[in-house]
Design a protein around this ligand. Structure first.
Ligand code: SF4
Length: 461
């Protein structure tokens, strides 16, 4: 899929990887299509078809898809050593909590302000094993619940090995909404899960779809409903420099997409979904693909920053990038256009020197000024968070997290298009006005990825 390819840019990617030969890709594609067809009457599609399920999603998953979820890794150590662990398991020392944007948060107060300013409505507490840092997790949960009351959904990930009644009671008192168990880290042990169901409103099992564990997972699914599990989330295995050797030993097939998903894991997840649908289980099962994670989770983060950093004449695309439209020309002409747009109360920015000028405006202005396509410049900017900013940084938005800490949102140029043909400009206008993307895809190969997220599961290749 366009914009979702990956290449051997990481030095740990080497020739030992088994990539999918074209013939096998075709047969895997057919196999997936057959399973999906067999499931067609029982499936629900979410978030442009990149997430599929046999029933409703947990509130936490819905918040994640809507881009309003923050993940706080409260610690780094773990009680398990899963072969698929994406993290560095050789670490020996505990570390301070940090969120998925890579920002450290020693203080729950600063994290609360961060959540408020960026408009988050859900937090997942993860690790390592989060219960190894129970006091830290409890401190953050308490502060967040006090600040947001019922306007935030909180859940915690655990492998279950350290669960006991007193921790669960405390988590309930603190207002934890959901607890998610990775039971594959503990040989599919459902005892901690059943215990948690006595204390916490929503108990979810969230496991990677491991091809070799298919039978164990199948057997476990049958027992989950009786254990009080409300949702089963199946993840696609993805590859990092910490787990790739184990994946090579298992002779997995790697797909050429971001996060290097494992083909066999997707087929395993879909087969488990099919089992749940055929058995008409009440337990909703959902498949969280790598493509979903890299499209919606990453777009969500971009959108949260873009909303704070976009200027009045800039717009945020559904893919979470900042769209900036401008017109280059003689200063006198652009000054006149700027005045006319201001008169209509449309936001503009005129950058002018004696010799040339560039006028920035929102897409709403296009119908008033009818510019020639060739004079238009379209830029897409990617917003990102930084702990620091220097005087040479242009266009930086400062966010204060209390009296002692500041964050900065910077904008990185992702793409710039100039010298646009009239046909392409018409296509562009249709696209930003919500026109059908599919028909225009052939004519807008470069632009569409900044505007729209890809739909459906990506092609297998
Ligand atoms: S339980 Fe999670 S953090 Fe711990 S080793 Fe397994 S995958 Fe890694």
């Amino acid at each position: 899929m366009m914009g979702e390819k990956t290449g051997p840019q990481n030095n740990w990617l080497y020739s030992g990887f088994r990539w999918l030969p074209a013939k096998e890709a075709l047969s895997a594609q057919k196999k997936r299509a057959r399973i999906l067809k067999e499931l067609s009457g029982s499936l629900r599609y979410h978030f442009s078809g990149s997430k599929i399920s046999t029933g409703r999603l947990s509130p936490g998953c819905t918040i994640c898809g809507n881009g309003r979820w923050s993940c706080l890794f409260v610690n780094g150590l773990c009680t398990a050593n899963c072969f698929y662990c994406p993290q560095d398991r050789s670490i020996k020392e505990e570390r301070a909590p940090f969120c998925q944007e890579g920002l450290r948060f020693d203080s729950p107060d600063e994290y609360v302000i961060f959540l408020q300013k960026f408009g988050f409505r859900g937090v997942g507490f993860s690790g390592g094993e989060s219960l190894l840092a129970f006091k830290t997790a409890a401190r953050f949960i308490k502060k967040i619940r006090e600040a947001f009351k019922h306007n935030i959904y909180l859940w915690l990930y655990t492998n279950g090995k350290l669960i006991d009644s007193s921790k669960l009671r405390r988590l309930r008192q603190l207002g934890l909404n959901e607890i998610r168990f990775n039971i594959s880290a503990d040989n599919y042990n459902l005892k901690p899960v059943a215990l948690a169901a006595r204390f916490i409103d929503t108990v979810t099992v969230e496991i990677p779809a491991i091809p070799e564990d298919y039978d164990k997972a199948l057997k476990s699914i049958r027992q989950m409903q009786e254990s009080g599990v409300k949702f089963l989330n199946l993840h696609q295995l993805s590859t990092t420099k910490y787990n790739y050797k184990n994946f090579l030993a298992r002779e997995y097939t790697f797909l050429r997409q971001p996060h290097l998903p494992v083909l066999e894991s997707e087929i395993t997840a879909l087969s488990l979904l099919k089992y749940a649908a055929d058995a008409r289980l009440r337990l909703p099962v959902h498949y969280c693909s790598c493509s979903y994670q890299c499209r919606f989770q990453e777009a969500g983060l971009r959108k949260r920053s873009a909303m704070l950093a976009a200027a009045g004449w800039e717009e945020i695309t559904p893919a979470g990038f900042i769209r900036s439209i401008s017109l280059r020309g003689a200063p006198a002409g652009l000054e006149k256009i700027a005045a006319a747009l201001k008169h209509r109360r449309l936001p503009v920015l005129l950058n002018a020197t004696a010799a040339s000028a560039e006028l920035f405006f929102s897409s709403a202005a296009l119908k008033h000024i009818h510019p020639a396509a060739k004079d238009i410049i379209i830029r897409y900017l990617k917003p990102f968070l930084s702990e620091t900013a220097s005087v040479s940084d242009k266009d930086v938005t400062e966010i204060a997290l209390g009296a002692k800490r500041k964050l900065f949102i910077k904008k990185e140029l992702a793409a710039k298009y100039a010298g646009i043909t009239p046909q392409r400009f018409r296509d562009f206008r249709r696209l930003i006005n919500g026109g059908p993307a599919a028909k225009q895809k052939a004519r807008l190969p470069a632009w569409i990825k900044w505007e729209r997220l890809n739909e459906g599961l990506p092609a297998i290749d």
